[in-house]
Design a protein around this ligand. Structure first.
Ligand SMILES: Cc1cc2nc3c(=O)[nH]c(=O)nc-3n(C[C@H](O)[C@H](O)[C@H](O)COP(=O)(O)O)c2cc1C
Length: 191
């Protein structure tokens, strides 16, 4: 199963990225990385939406505009790392989702209104860290889970988080070590 790592961690010293690399190392599988800081997906504006529609109508799905979608649909495991920002995910990750969630390329509708996947994606691993306490998981992980369940028929979800890293008197190293231990337990149970 091919692993694709979607890196939405923009800070050079990002702790979320460190956790993701820990997971990927433990996973032991070769992976491809898409660094959204370096290869930013543009938000869909009017011109972009029109161009996308035209290309799809012409069947030009190998156009560079669909690079992310084509890369995504070939992966079996998607690993996403994103810090908890403004109770949710960074906008660059939302922009990325707009580039992969494409009717006729990564999913389609057959007879009813239930989307069917056109991708090989079977598993989502999501890692996040928060400065404080996450008020709930719905705006970040919950949103991604819904996307993957609805459009890509994914049933295998794995979620790791480290919270309260920036609170006064916090010991971020200890908190991160606990999350790494959780990752260790996950692989111990898997084997
Ligand atoms: C733009 C921005 C928004 C943030 N919003 C929140 C927030 O809503 N709640 C929270 O607990 N922490 C928030 N934080 C703190 C981060 O979640 C925390 O520092 C996280 O560990 C950063 O991850 P990183 O080390 O991978 O960059 C925010 C940080 C930034 C830079």
């Amino acid at each position: 199963m091919k692993t694709l790592f979607i890196n939405a961690c923009v800070r050079e010293e990002s702790r979320t990225r460190q956790l993701a690399y820990y997971y990927l190392e433990k996973n032991g599988m070769p992976f491809e990385e898409l660094d959204l800081e370096k290869e930013r997906a543009m938000p869909l504006d009017r011109a972009g939406l029109l161009k996308r529609g035209e290309l799809l109508e012409q069947g030009k799905t190998d156009d560079p505009l669909f690079r992310n979608a084509n890369q995504f649909r070939e992966a079996g495991e998607i690993v996403i790392a994103a810090p908890y920002w403004d109770l949710s995910i960074p906008a660059i990750l939302k922009d990325y989702i707009e580039t992969i969630d494409i009717v006729g390329l990564t999913f389609h509708y057959v007879a009813d209104d239930v989307p069917k996947t056109l991708s090989k994606v079977r598993k989502l691993v999501f890692l996040t860290t928060a400065g404080g306490t996450m008020i709930n998981d719905d705006y970040g992980y919950g949103y991604l889970k819904a996307i993957f369940e609805n459009f890509f028929e994914v049933k295998d979800f794995v979620y790791f988080k480290a919270e309260k890293l920036d609170l006064y008197g916090a010991d971020p190293e200890r908190i991160l070590a606990e999350t790494r231990a959780e990752i260790d337990r996950y692989f111990a149970e898997e084997s």
